[in-house]
Design a protein around this ligand. Structure first.
Ligand code: SF4
Ligand code: SF4
Length: 184
């Protein structure tokens, strides 16, 4: 019995060190340029840029396959930051991908009308909606990026977008000549 336990323990130790060695030896280093570009994107994973999320768009930009102006949620701020990082001139947002929003919004579910079909949960790329089949669903506002991907699949149109109220701690003086609302 003891021999069997020792044998199994020994085998486990051998396989464990082999796995550890393989993890170090064959580790794929992330591309630092892609990491830096991805860090500048808003992580809404909304797909408005035409890619499956922020990371694939960052990879295509790093490969020089696509321009820096395809991110509506990021808007001019993101284009400027990407231009700085990649040593390019800032260019206007590509109209093909939509317009930058003037203010941040979050999704709100009109809960009495929700039929609990779960379609919005399946559409949300950042898991900001909680609910169960045939039960009321609700949006975790802090997790919602305002991508609006949950609106089209809702069969009863009980989801709408609401502007994010500026918390007193976040309010800043606007730049001269700008309207008195939160910027940046
Ligand atoms: S709740 Fe809707 S708007 Fe908010 S992140 Fe999810 S899909 Fe986008
Ligand atoms: S898609 Fe609309 S009806 Fe369906 S669970 Fe979401 S909020 Fe409710």
């Amino acid at each position: 019995m003891l021999a069997a336990v020792l044998a199994i323990g020994g085998l486990a130790a051998i396989f464990g060190s082999l796995l550890g060695f393989a993890a170090v030896r064959f580790r794929v280093e992330g591309d630092p340029v892609v990491d830096k570009i991805d860090a500048l994107l808003p992580q809404t994973q909304c797909g408005q840029c035409g890619f499956a999320g922020c990371r694939p768009y960052a990879e295509a930009m790093a490969a020089g396959e696509v321009e820096i102006n395809r991110c509506p949620p990021g808007g001019e701020g993101t284009i400027g930051a990407l231009a700085d990082l990649l040593g390019k001139d800032p260019i206007p947002l590509d109209a093909e991908v939509g317009e930058a929003k003037a203010e941040r919004t979050v999704a709100v579910i009109d809960e009495p009308w929700c039929i609990g079909c779960t379609l919005c949960i399946q559409a949300c790329p950042v898991d900001a909606i909680v609910g169960a089949a045939k039960q009321m669903h609700t949006v975790i506002a802090d997790e919602c990026t305002g991508c609006e991907l949950c609106l089209p699949p809702c069969p009863v149109d009980c989801i709408h977008m609401k502007p994010v109220e500026t918390a007193i701690g976040e309010w800043v003086w606007p730049f001269p000549g700008e309207p008195l609302e939160r910027h940046g």
